[in-house]
Design a protein around this ligand. Structure first.
Ligand code: AGP
Length: 609
């Protein structure tokens, strides 16, 4: 969703801000803007544009924006339409205060009504009230003015502010919407995530909720809402600029699909114990005694992460024998979930910033569960708010459609299930089978990626169809769901996913020669059952694409098109079988001329409810 970048230092701010905005494009946005403070001439210049950063950059060619302090923003519209007036940065009446904001100010209507007697509003946004509130409280100290203004605000914010009369200062405040400060040599960056600063520094300070930071040329001072100073550690992050490039691939999504065999090794590294046939994820932070007492596991997630969690459910039940539920975060938080101290709740998330997942975890914590995170983004809110958990080490995932995070989330969930299983019912021999299957998985993923050219040809053949049905059974049902979601997200083709056995309870009515089916028929315990479902499809003359195990010549005879993948242990099949479906969605979207990395209406991390 919206993205923020700010800079104060010795360099010209504008190029840094524009480059930073481009790094944030992956989050999804519909307008963008920049403001630069020229300390010598004591002026603030602001330029905004609807549409892509390129449009903003084009507009900037006609401007001179000198200055070494500035803030910028990509907006994903919530309050007010997609217009230039609603784009950030926003200003107060005189243009002295300039503000960029992520989040939602819930009481902005009341505030706007109150302020309107003395202040002139120029946009329909909730954010603009903050600029006017700061104007009302400014008495020469910007940080204090921000602190005072925020006492009136209800809602969430990641907020960055400049004031023309405090020209060598930026103030940033966080409540519910992430902000990171990058520490350079006598220069500071501030952004909604680390990607805009990776080219300059890997030293960062993560702001926590309720903290306000004052950045000047020489220091960063962090206080709480009572203006008490807080000492924070500077952390070193291991993601670098290179990891956030397309590296010659046509799109981030394709690069990230092809990253998978490498990054899965990062997820597994140091966590598998071959001799003992187990995995050890230190971040669990539970004693064996506490682990034995766990009676129920709940996996909370949204979207793709929830499909990874579904695979986790199979693994926990099969290996650890612990009843496991998946809860879509937005549902969990408004039910009255039954939780006791023997419940272990995992938040499963690429970004670690998904608003619904965070709120659900807070609810679970309040009710006394053990709450842990399985997260990709280092230093994210989920990683910081949970009492333990594990990073999946997928590296920066910048395409809106999640791919490599999905397979790494699955790997970590299965390792957790194994770790629990080995404390109760899994034998060393069974544990070793899982570990050995993991040790071969990267090479098999590489083989699965070799299907890319063949998958593209299949996409060519099917590009004219308006609907698809994805089918899978058992552990491949989440694979069907994920394949269908990918297709919807980036190619905008309608698709549905069902468990194979559910077909005759309704969806089979859809089938016709105009309604192709993509089915997963790999060699596992449900092979024969799935095969029967496939016969039912053939009888309805629906075009059929199969994902089948290498060497299964029967599959070739059954289907119009077959994509062969290497065989692995059943539990690990989703890691392999999802790859051709990711490629299918990708090639289809490219052939249809869609914006693969930034599909319409979607944001990378959904930080509002
Ligand atoms: C994935 O392709 C989607 N864009 C989306 O479903 C995503 O998985 C979901 O919003 C959850 O995000 P998270 O993993 O960052 O929590």
């Amino acid at each position: 969703m919206c993205g923020i970048v700010g800079y104060i230092g010795k360099k010209e701010a504008l190029p840094i801000l524009i480059k930073g905005l481009r790094r944030l494009e992956y989050r999804g946005y519909d307008s963008a803007g920049v403001a630069v403070l020229d300390a010598d001439n004591v002026t603030v210049k602001r330029v905004r544009a609807v549409g892509k950063i390129d449009t903003l950059a084009e507009k900037l060619k006609a401007e001179t924006m000198a200055g070494t302090v500035g803030i910028a923003h990509t907006r994903w519209a919530t309050h007010g339409g997609v217009t230039e007036d609603n784009a950030h940065p926003h200003t107060d009446c005189s243009g002295a205060v300039t503000v960029v904001h992520n989040g939602i100010i819930e009481n902005y209507r009341e505030l706007k009504k109150r302020l309107s007697t003395k202040h002139v509003f120029k946009s329909e946004t909730d954010t603009e009230v903050i600029a006017h509130l700061i104007e009302a409280h400014y008495k020469g100290d910007l940080r204090l003015a921000v602190e005072m203004a925020l006492t009136h605000v209800q809602g969430t914010y990641g907020l960055v502010v400049m004031h023309r009369d405090s020209p060598r200062k930026i103030v940033a405040a966080r409540l519910g919407s992430p902000l990171v400060i990058g520490v350079g040599d006598k220069e500071y960056y501030v952004a909604s995530d680390t990607s805009p600063m990776l080219a300059y520094t890997q030293q960062v300070i993560f702001l926590d909720d309720g903290e306000i930071a004052e950045l000047t040329d020489s220091e960063v001072k962090i206080v709480n809402h009572h203006d008490q100073k807080i000492d924070k550690h500077t952390e070193q992050i291991d993601w670098d600029e290179a990891a956030a490039q397309t590296n010659g691939f046509a799109h981030f999504m394709l690069k990230e699909i092809f990253d998978q065999p490498t990054v899965i090794k990062d997820a597994l590294r140091g966590r598998l114990q071959v001799e003992e046939g187990t995995a050890h994820l230190g971040g669990l932070n539970m004693t064996e005694e506490q682990m034995h007492k766990v009676r129920r596991v709940i996996l909370i997630a949204c979207g793709t992460a929830s499909y990874a969690a579904m695979v986790g459910k199979y693994a926990f039940e099969r290996l650890a024998g612990i009843p496991t539920e998946i809860d879509v975060a937005s549902e969990f938080r408004y039910r009255d979930p039954i939780i006791d101290p023997h419940t272990l709740v995992f938040g499963v998330s690429q970004s670690g910033e998904t608003a619904d997942t965070l709120a659900a975890l807070r609810e679970a914590k309040r009710k006394g569960a053990y709450v842990r995170g399985i997260v990709n983004v280092v230093g994210s809110t989920m990683a910081r708010e949970t009492d333990g958990g594990t990073y999946i080490h997928a590296g920066p995932e910048l395409a809106v459609a999640s791919t490599k995070a999905y397979t790494n989330l699955i790997a970590v969930l299965i390792m957790y299930a194994l770790q629990f299983g080995r404390t109760n019912r899994v034998t060393v021999a069974t544990g070793q089978r899982v570990v050995n299957a993991f040790l071969e998985i990267s090479e098999k993923m590489t083989r699965a990626l070799k299907t890319s050219a063949a998958v593209r040809q299949i996409a060519e053949k099917y590009r004219g169809y308006k609907n698809f049905l994805f089918l899978g059974r058992g552990i491949n049902y989440p694979v069907a769901l994920e394949g269908s979601l990918k297709m919807k997200e980036i190619s905008y083709i309608h698709s549905e996913a069902y468990p194979g056995g559910e077909m005759k309870h309704g969806p089979i009515a859809l089938l016709s020669p105009e309604f192709p089916v993509v089915a997963i028929l790999t060699k596992n315990q449900l092979y024969d059952k799935m095969r029967s479902n496939i016969e039912e499809i053939r009888a309805r003359k629906a075009p059929l694409i199969l994902i089948a195990t290498e060497g299964d010549e029967d599959a070739r005879a059954l289907a119009d098109d077959v994509i062969f993948v290497p065989q692995t242990m059943e539990l690990l099949e989703p890691i392999i079988n999802t790859i051709p479906l990711q490629l299918f969605a990708y090639h289809m979207a490219v052939l249809l001329g869609k914006d693969v990395d930034r599909p319409r209406n979607l944001a990378k991390s959904v930080t509002v409810e």
